[in-house]
Design a protein around this ligand. Structure first.
Ligand code: GLN
Ligand code: ZN
Length: 751
């Protein structure tokens, strides 16, 4: 029985790749040095895999920016707007695709979420132009690994996944390009074949509903060509759910099939039932997307079952998906309490777990199993894991706690006392996080400032922010979120059941990493979390100040979540904590409260049935957090994306009084979704893109508002930017908002 992982994180335990990339982009590091850092990281990660006792080391998992982009470059699928970059050094051309070329004013490829993860890939643009296929770094890396004496297993994202995730240009039928793309894969595969036993082609798209008939119909033929090119070495890797197209996977003629037995826990029997006689099966048993140890006793039955059915030489043990989605090494966590650290396994530890599982199974290493069971049991027996009062309260949530007293349309009357003008103007919450603000927080974190001084400093920022908003003439003000480093971390730091790692960084995109909070125990609120700041802000102005909270689903989705309790249950606990905060705000006189659910959509599982189940409990969690208030209190929510055609009925079920959404980048196109749907609430489609430093003109925002009015009645339309302003400078935010208010005033007169 062989062992392998699907991929190791590229970024490095000390985020070496991030540092090298950012220095290179600033012009402070030579290309050779950047490549050298890359080479060192690759070698180190291969060594880790071998030291752990894995049979293969994975190559082609390392990318300087993004693996989807690496395939895009291999195919030569470079959009014509990058023509001017053709003469640049290869590395610079590559980064121009990823980040845009500022000097020549060429926008980057679009970036979006990799399935339901927090990783972002660069979206291929499928045009009708001529592509000239080129090399892929996996070939050189695989040779190099071989030279070092490792046994490499090269890995590439497969052609169906690449194309399914690509965005077709106007009048382009993207699947028409499939054969041409496959031909480029054939070239690379034939070069890889002499260097390895297996080539991992990743087709997570097989776990989704994204493949049209014209793609599935050609799957077998394309895989036959590719297998022929490499002597039948392909390991077809699926992950992020049960294989939806099991017939295609089984009929692919590949040497092996990898399945995710973490997110597709129940699929083993179905897979065994169709696996053809010579195909090997890789069992993805060690979770690639969490930070927790594998419970060996729970994983072993699958190994036993697969070996009984196939024989041990046809079974491999693997990670469920690439370890890209988890941090590098628990050894870096010296500050966590033992009972939490003892439960944790990051990428380095997950490699060893695979060897352990094999040892337990093949060599009956009982002590490994007993130790694992004992450690996990002890950790879970810790009192934080189960707080009786929290369990009791979560179990006694009644249906009426999920509903406001009366429907949205009736509540609108109850909220008339707020006396808002038509087309009220507001913002999404955060204002520019100046270096002064960042440094106050930093000094406080390092313990270098008495609490009283810290509070005074943040209050000064709040006062400044309120004054500016009054000057701008906004209708609903916010306190500006100066005290928040991050919209989830801020709440996690104050809630029971959360902890924070020192080095638990995970790549989000390119050089950007996030360090998600960890939910290890039952979640509860210890004390009010936002009240003082909001009340202080409100004390400075006659205008209403919105209370600003992060919603339960977003807190859940942007954290590492314990694996010993259903996600829906964890979410319900968070919802109750947020509900307490909402009620405290209301009691203190804050009568407009925004509960952001920026992550609601991205947390959606890949298949319709699972997505529906998720949406049901996720929307219920939001409602639980929001529904305790009087009808006369106005609940807002915010979502940072616009593709919710399909889920608009669910958004309506959230039953917020006002929702703000991203939409400026699509020119209000998203509102088409509202056209065919009787959305009951008020809507603030973002009228300008905060991701860009550009200052939008009054005219263009007037135009967008007029367009919005075609779909949303004038008494239900709000005017706001499309997200928080924390990444902008005041020099950008102030004039942009000035124009936004002017645009609102002008369109108000037209009503
Ligand atoms: N209130 C948050 C802010 O303005 C919302 C951020 C988000 O939607 N990502 O920063
Ligand atoms: Zn947003």
């Amino acid at each position: 029985m062989q062992t392998h992982i699907l991929g190791f994180p590229s970024i490095g335990q000390r985020r070496e790749l991030k540092q090298a990339l950012e220095s290179y982009w600033k012009g402070e590091l030579a290309a050779e040095s950047l490549l050298e850092t890359g080479a060192e990281l690759k070698k180190r990660h291969w060594q880790i895999q071998r030291d752990a006792g894995l049979d293969y080391v994975t190559t082609g998992d390392f990318s300087l920016y993004d693996r989807m982009l690496d395939v895009t470059c291999m195919l030569g699928a470079v959009p014509p707007r990058f023509e001017a970059c053709r003469g640049d050094a290869p590395l610079d051309g590559y980064f121009s695709l990823a980040r845009g070329d500022v000097r020549r004013n060429i926008p980057a490829l679009e970036m979006t979420k990799w399935f339901d993860t927090n990783y972002h890939y660069l979206v291929p643009e499928i045009d009708g132009g001529t592509w000239t296929s080129a090399d892929h770094p996996v070939v050189a890396d695989t040779s190099l690994a071989g030279e070092y004496g490792f046994r490499p297993k090269p890995a590439l994202i497969g052609p169906f996944t690449w194309l399914a995730l690509g965005k077709a240009g106007r009048d382009v039928r993207k699947w028409d390009r499939l054969e041409e793309i496959a031909a480029a894969y054939v070239k690379i595969l034939s070069r890889l074949a002499p260097l390895c036993d297996y080539i991992q082609l990743e087709e997570p798209v097989l776990c989704t509903e994204l493949l049209p008939d014209e793609a599935t119909a050609r799957f077998q033929a394309i895989y036959a060509d590719m297998n022929a090119a490499c002597g039948g070495r392909i390991m077809l890797a699926t992950y992020f759910g049960p294989v939806r197209h099991l017939d295609l996977a089984a009929g692919s003629g590949c040497a092996a099939l990898h399945v995710d037995l973490v997110q597709g826990r129940k699929q083993l029997e179905a897979v065994l039932g169709v696996l053809p006689p010579r195909m090997a099966l890789s069992l993805g048993l060690v979770a690639g997307r969490n930070i927790w140890k594998t419970e060996y006793a729970r994983a072993l039955p699958a190994v036993e079952r697969a070996v009984a059915a196939l024989g041990s030489d046809r079974v491999l043990l693997g990670s469920s998906c690439s370890l890209l989605h988890c941090p590098v090494d628990v050894a870096g966590e010296t500050a966590l309490p033992g009972h939490i650290r003892n439960r944790m396994a990051f990428a380095v530890q997950k490699c060893s777990e695979l060897s352990d599982l094999r040892g337990i199974f093949e060599r009956k290493e009982q002590t490994l199993l007993d130790e694992n069971t004992a450690v996990l049991q002890a950790a879970l027996a810790h009192p934080d894991s189960r707080v009786e009062a929290v369990r009791k309260r979560a179990a006694s949530v009644t249906p009426d706690m999920l509903s406001r007293r009366r429907p949205c349309s009736v509540r609108r009357d109850a909220q008339k006392w707020l006396n808002l003008p038509r087309l009220p103007t507001t913002t999404i919450g955060s204002f520019p996080q100046t270096s002064a603000i960042r440094s106050i927080r930093l000094v406080r974190r390092k313990g270098g400032i008495p609490e009283g001084e810290y509070i005074a400093a943040i209050r000064k920022e709040i006062a400044d922010c309120i004054a500016k908003q009054e000057e701008l003439g906004l209708d609903i003000l916010v306190h500006g979120e100066a005290e928040r480093n991050d919209m989830v971390e801020y709440f996690g730091q104050q809630l029971g059941g959360f902890c924070f790692t020192q080095n638990g960084w995970v790549q989000s995109y390119g050089s950007r990493c996030v360090k998600p909070p960890v939910i290890y125990g039952d979640v509860y609120r210890k004390h009010p979390m936002t009240l003082d700041w909001i009340l202080y802000a409100q004390s400075l102005t006659e205008k209403p100040v919105k209370g600003m909270l992060t919603g339960p689903v977003t807190i859940l989705c942007w954290s590492f979540v314990r694996d010993d309790l259903e996600r829906s249950e964890v979410c319900r606990q968070i919802a109750l904590a947020v509900r307490d905060e909402v009620l405290d705000l209301e009691k203190a006189g804050v009568r407009i409260i925004q509960i952001d659910e920026a992550a609601l959509r991205e947390g959606m599982p890949l298949t319709a049935a699972e997505a529906e189940n998720y949406l049901r409990w996720a929307v219920d969690a939001f409602r639980l957090s929001a529904s305790g208030v009087e009808d006369s209190t106005q609940i807002h929510t915010h979502m940072c994306y616009s593709e919710f055609n399909a889920i608009l009925p669910w958004i309506a079920r959230m039953d917020a009084d006002v929702i703000s959404i991203e939409s400026s980048r699509s020119g209000m196109e998203l509102l088409d979704a509202f056209a065919g749907f009787d959305y009951p609430g008020e809507v603030g489609p973002g009228v300008y893109d905060i991701h860009s430093p550009r200052i939008p003109s009054v005219e263009e925002m007037v135009e967008l508002l007029r367009r919005a009015l075609r779909h949303i009645p004038g008494d239900r339309l709000w005017v706001n930017p499309d997200c928080g302003l924390k990444t902008r400078r005041w020099e950008e935010a102030y004039p942009a908002l000035e124009n936004m208010v002017a645009a609102a005033l002008r369109v108000r007169e037209e009503l």
